[in-house]
Design a protein around this ligand. Structure first.
Ligand code: SAM
Length: 279
């Protein structure tokens, strides 16, 4: 059946729109094997928002992984956001392969309690359907080398490197792989120009730069990105700017209005963003 006919019969969700409703219901209207990338920034199970009151975040995430897997094409990727323990003790292996647990490091987070260490990171679980990702656009996500080539070469001339198992490491002056600890992207603050409104802070709105790295790495122009918990639309905005197709789902109509406003601003050529970088 053609895409247009599916839309008419209500079988498939229209692309490049954020649909208002419950992700668990609307996922059924996403065609199997059609999605290149899923960006899942849903409940974490830690805030007082009604939608975040989840008895077991691990079981919740396992259920999501089970539902997402058929939607992805072979080699498609899922990035699942959460706290350090969000996939502990669940068996996701029948559905997807975990490639990385990315640590999104946020050193400026306020102290929490006196009897444990303040949690300074979120994790972003990077899964792939099948053995190999069908996209991993490393050239688009390189970050600055931390050391100069001269220094690097000096380090490589020591015996432990020359005789060690890895031999020479490659220095690429276009930059390096960002690795799995992302400390270069700050979370938003009340002062961030990008913030749509105060309530969107922390529990809701993610920095565009963070989502941009994911979208650049794991999709190419024209690919389909699914954002089942779209909030105020960061992922759809990034997709539109980078010429990816998207399907967004969000249960709160107020957030959808914010998201649509951000998408409209892109139409009139206003960059709705000023990135917050750690220099
Ligand atoms: C962490 S926020 C997403 C923020 C988003 N990444 C952004 O930058 O704007 C999670 C969102 O999921 C939405 N949500 C929670 N449960 C949902 C459900 N069952 N279906 C659809 N949306 C849901 C919430 O309303 C909230 O906006």
């Amino acid at each position: 059946m053609k895409e247009r006919d599916k839309r008419r019969t209500g079988m498939a969700l229209e692309r490049n729109r954020i649909h208002c409703g419950d992700a668990f219901e609307l996922l059924g209207k996403v065609e199997n094997e059609s999605v290149d990338l899923i960006v899942c920034d849903g409940p974490y199970g830690v805030t007082q928002n009604d939608w975040d009151k989840i008895p077991s975040i691990q079981e919740f995430n396992l259920d999501l992984i089970r539902r997402f897997a058929p939607k992805l094409r072979e080699g498609g990727a899922l990035y699942l956001f959460g706290k350090y323990n969000c996939i502990d003790f669940i068996d996701y292996r029948p559905y997807l392969n975990l490639k990385s647990r990315i640590v999104w490091y946020q050193p400026s987070r306020l102290a929490q309690g006196r009897f444990n260490y303040t949690n300074n990171y979120d994790i972003i679980c990077y899964f792939v359907k099948g053995k190999k990702p069908h996209r991993y656009n490393l050239e688009d996500i390189r970050v600055s080398q931390l050391v100069e080539l001269e220094h690097r070469l000096r380090c490589e001339r020591v015996p432990s490197v020359q005789n060690g198992p890895f031999g020479k490491t490659k220095f690429n002056d276009k930059g390096k792989n960002p690795g799995d600890v992302w400390g270069d992207i700050k979370q938003l603050t009340y002062k961030s120009k990008e913030l749509v409104r105060r309530e969107a802070l922390n529990t809701i709105q993610k920095p565009e730069k963070l989502i941009e790295r994911i979208v650049l790495a794991s999709s190419s122009p024209g690919d389909l990105v699914l954002d089942p918990f779209a909030g105020v639309g960061t992922c759809p905005v990034v997709c539109k700017r980078l010429k990816r197709e998207f399907i967004g789902i969000e249960i709160d109509p107020g957030f959808i209005l914010d998201a649509e406003e951000r998408l409209r601003k892109l139409d009139v050529g206003q960059r709705a963003i000023e990135f917050d970088y750690v220099s």
